[in-house]
Design a protein around this ligand. Structure first.
Ligand code: 5GP
Length: 191
């Protein structure tokens, strides 16, 4: 998606440990027009699928997921992160390791908003090692929900998450694919 690539080129900065900072339009300040276009692009790419719900993980996935839900005219759920040791029986819960914060969290979705057999589209801001998506897949499996695909705003293609999920047969659509962040320079996968 050229508009997104242009934003990354203009505002993205490279931090140590291969982290791309996009606080100017996605992860802190949010550009609503760009997110609207992101949502429309995901809705367009998954137009052939029956989708009942959009799922993401708080907090950075919320903006693109909400706009996708709006474009698809369905409800969106953001899984909550918490460090609670007590498992609640009214929630589906799985453990996730945060790449940027280097902490482990429980990720939960209330059973109240999940219907077994429904079709769900997973959305997230970044794909690195695939942890965030894997945790949603784990919850979907436990809940008996069908995942129609995964929409990622920025995929770091030099990290293994996207490749592994595609090898499992999952449809993964990424709007910008980063080839490398070496030497502080952002380079994109040519498509
Ligand atoms: P994964 O679970 O695929 O390893 O990483 C995905 C999650 O980590 C995303 O939800 C995102 O919040 C965070 N993340 C991973 N890499 C980056 C990055 O380079 N920049 C930013 N801003 N977040 C990242």
């Amino acid at each position: 998606m050229q508009e997104l690539i242009d934003y990354i080129k203009e505002y993205g900065t490279v931090l140590p440990h291969d982290v791309l900072k996009v606080d100017a339009f996605l992860n802190h300040q949010v550009n609503a027009q760009l997110m609207k276009h992101v949502g429309e692009e995901f809705a367009h790419r998954f137009a052939g699928e029956k989708i009942d719900h959009v799922w993401t993980v708080e907090s950075s996935g919320i903006a693109p997921a909400l706009m996708t839900a709006l474009a698809l005219d369905v409800l969106m759920i953001f899984a909550r992160k918490h460090q609670s040791l007590t498992l609640k029986h009214d929630m589906y819960t799985a453990k996730a390791y945060s790449y940027t914060k280097q902490t482990t969290n429980n990720i939960s979705i209330s059973k109240k908003y999940v219907t077994p057999g429904e079709n769900v589209l997973l959305i997230d801001d970044f794909m690195a090692n695939g942890q965030a998506v894997n945790v949603m897949l784990e919850i979907a499996k436990t809940a008996g929900v069908h995942v129609v695909g995964v929409g990622i705003v920025i995929e770091k293609s030099f990290q293994p998450g996207g490749k592994k999920l595609r090898e499992q047969g999952l449809r993964v659509e990424s709007l910008a694919k980063i080839k490398s962040l070496a030497d502080g320079k952002v380079s994109f996968v040519e498509e």
